[in-house]
Every structure is written in C-alpha cells, then in structure tokens.
Design a protein around this ligand. Structure first.
Ligand SMILES: Nc1ncnc2c1ncn2[C@@H]1O[C@H](COP(=O)(O)OP(=O)(O)OP(=O)(O)O)[C@@H](O)[C@H]1O
Ligand SMILES: [Mg+2]
Length: 381
C-alpha cells in the first residue's frame, strides 16, 4: 500500500535524522567534529526530501492518548521498613525511594518476599516496623500476582472504556495494541475470555487507566510471547513511574532502568538494567565471605542523583559507540554477503538495540536539562 510505504519511509527518515542528530550532538566539538559537520549536511539533505508521514509511526503509536497526570517528585518512600510473613522476617531495614518516571524492577528468588514487599509499600499490608508512603499526586495502578481485578460484566470494549474513560476509537486502538483486534473479539464477553486473555485485558486497561505509578507483580505469567511483547512495548512507552516484579528476562531488559534485588533479607539497589545488575552482582560476589561482600557493597541511600544520571549517560555513550562500530563492520560484511541471514538478523537486532539506547540516552539528556530547569519549582514541592 502506498500509504504504508510512505509511513515506512517517513519513519526511516525520522530515525536517520534522529541518529544523525544524536551523533552531531555528541561529537560536534570533539575529535569527530569533521564527521559531525558532514552529518549535519546529511540531515539537511534528508530534510529537503522528507516524506510526509500519513500518521505518526513510532513504537509508542496508539499510546499518545495515555498521558497520566504528573505526580510529585517522590513517588514512594520507605524508612526502616520491616516486612514479616507467617511469623518470619522477610526483609528488614528497607530504605527505598522511587522517584517520578523511574522504571524499576524488583527481582529475587521465589519466596524471598517480593509480593509481600510491594503489597506493604502500596499499603495493602501493614509494615512490621518502619513506614512506607506514596508521594503526593500518586495515582496507583496495581496488578496483583494472585488476584485479577477486572470488571466481568460486559464486553471487552465496554470493560476497556469504563476502566479508562477512553473514547470508543481510542479504546479500540488500545485493545488493538494488546492483540484484541477486530469487532468480534472486542465484543466478546469478558467472562468468556481465557485466563491469559483476561490478564492481557487487565494489563491493557491498567496501562491506560490514568495511573501514574504502575506496580505490576509478575504481569507476564501465563501470557504467550506475543502478549508479552505487547506489554513490553506498552511499558516502554509508559509515561509514568513503574515498579515491576518479574522473572521475565526480556521484559526486565527492555523496561527496567534500575534493579532492586532481595538478597538475604535485604533490599539492594543497582543502577542499571538486568544485564548490568547481573554483572555488578558477579563482581560483588567475593569467593569466601558472602557476608563481608554484602556489607562492603551496601546500596546507596536510594536517592538518585544527577551524577548517577551522568554516569549512566556516559555508560550509554560507550555502549552506543561500541554497537555502532559493530554495525559498521556488519554493514561492511553484508555488502559482500548480503544474503547471510544470520548477519542480517544480527544487524537488525543490533540496530534496534542502538535505537533503544539512543532513545534512553536522549531521555537522560532531557531529564538532566529539565532537572536543572525544574530545580526552583521542585523546592516548593
Ligand atoms: N499471609 C501469609 N502467611 C504466611 N506466610 C506467608 C504469607 N504471605 C507470604 N508468606 C510467606 O512469605 C514468603 C514470601 O512470600 P512472597 O509471596 O512475598 O514471595 P515472592 O518473592 O513474591 O515469591 P514468588 O516469586 O513465588 O512470587 C513465602 O515463604 C510465603 O510462604
Ligand atoms: Mg510473588
């Protein structure tokens, strides 16, 4: 279709421009300033014959309408929190701060107390000691591991509309993104859905419920791979704060920028994704005395700082550079061996990774500049 083609071209152009701009911003004054100059010219050339996109084409397509109200800066704060269950202390001395727009994962072995902890921090369980509070303006959306809260009275579309307040059209779009496409499926009665479909529907309406703090406990259990990917895309695009409990490695990798981990009755915080977390943990693991290792690498007192952002940004820059080099050599190899499926797929995957990293990098840069802009406003907060 002509329109689809235009959309693809426009998306690719936008993507190319974004990558070039990213390069220019990074290297304008550095050792690569000459290349940066030529990239600027390239941008101008693309701009000159830019194709109009028939509709916005981004990964977040279909979610532009979901923009929850902003909460205060601190979304969740615990002090000296202790969590007990069944006469046993699961966690003690939890000092946790989650700030607005953080996407954090909570990991830990089965039975380590993840569910108990999040139920405590959102006020569903009473702390055994200490306190846990949600910040002001926080609208909580909770997805429980054990109970599904879903209005079962009407059809799928009724449910989506009443839970989100969306127009029929937007509700249809939302449902489409969560793989409920077509009239027949959307008019199905909720009580006729399978268990997996119900969970998928519950997640769809939660993401669009207006909540600005999503707390999801094992959301991908019983979901098939397509549904997991739909959720992944939705959470990546979610413009709010997220606390995610999951064993789903792909989801963790895609979504979480910070990893909280329950280890030996303590909550630890690692800045970075699941992969970074695994690396950090391996480094911290001292051969002889796990006890001593635990003490020496005590987590930071939980408040993210600008220098943390800056460090993450630098790490991203290095990673992007590394992947871009990989792309260049793959491109070279593909030029000779263009039908090599393995290389093609490696190229595609690497390119997608770079795009994601660049997006995060841009987010961080934006955040850093908006933090300095916000500084005076936040003080009264
Ligand atoms: N109400 C309760 N009464 C007795 N024991 C409980 C209760 N709630 C939780 N527990 C126990 O506390 C421990 C932690 O449970 P929790 O559900 O928080 O773990 P989890 O980390 O979420 O595990 P999973 O990965 O299996 O979801 C388990 O040993 C569980 O049996
Ligand atoms: Mg659990």
């Amino acid at each position: 279709m002509r329109e689809q083609h235009a959309a693809r071209v426009a998306a690719r152009q936008a993507e190319d421009i974004a990558r070039l701009e990213h390069f220019v911003a990074r290297f304008r004054y550095g050792t690569k300033h000459r290349q940066a100059q030529s990239k600027l010219k390239q941008i101008a050339r693309i701009e000159a014959d830019r194709v109009e996109a028939p509709a916005r084409a981004r990964r977040s397509l279909g979610f532009e309408f979901i923009k929850p109200a902003r909460s205060g800066r601190t979304v969740l704060e615990t002090k000296g929190l202790r969590v007990d269950a069944g006469g046993r202390t699961l966690l003690d001395g939890v000092e946790l701060v989650i700030e607005r727009d953080e996407h954090a994962a909570l990991v830990g072995a089965n039975g380590s107390g993840k569910t108990s902890l999040i139920e405590t921090v959102i006020g569903r369980r009473r702390p055994a000691a200490g306190t846990a509070h949600l910040g002001h303006g926080v609208e909580l959306g909770f997805f429980s591991q054990h109970t599904l809260e879903l209005d079962e009275r009407g059809s799928v579309i009724d449910c989506a509309r009443s839970a989100t307040g969306l127009s029929r059209q937007d509700a249809q779009k939302l449902l489409g993104r969560f793989l409920f496409s077509g009239y027949e499926v959307q008019e199905k009665l909720v009580r006729m859905l399978s268990g997996g479909e119900r969970r998928r529907l519950a997640l769809a309406v939660l993401v669009a419920s207006g909540a600005n703090f999503l707390v999801l406990d094992e959301p991908t259990n019983h979901l098939d791979i397509e549904s997991r990917e739909a959720l992944e895309a939705a959470l990546e695009a979610f413009e709010g704060t997220l606390l995610l409990v999951s064993h789903d490695r792909a989801l963790l990798d895609a979504v979480a920028e910070r990893t909280l981990s329950i280890e030996a009755g303590e909550l630890r915080s690692y800045d970075g994704r699941w992969a970074d977390f695994v690396r950090a943990r391996e480094q911290a693991r001292e051969p002889a005395k796990p006890e001593a290792a635990a003490k020496s690498s005590k987590p930071r007192p939980e408040r993210p700082t600008k220098s943390r952002d800056a460090k993450e940004r630098e790490r991203l820059e290095q990673e992007i550079e590394r992947l871009e080099n990989q792309l260049t050599s793959l491109e070279r190899e593909l030029a000779d061996d263009w039908a090599n499926l393995e290389k093609l797929s490696a190229y595609r995957i690497t390119r997608e990774r770079v795009d994601r990293l660049v997006e995060r990098w841009e987010g961080l840069v934006e955040e850093e500049s908006s933090q300095s802009r916000d500084a005076s406003v936040e003080r009264s907060d």
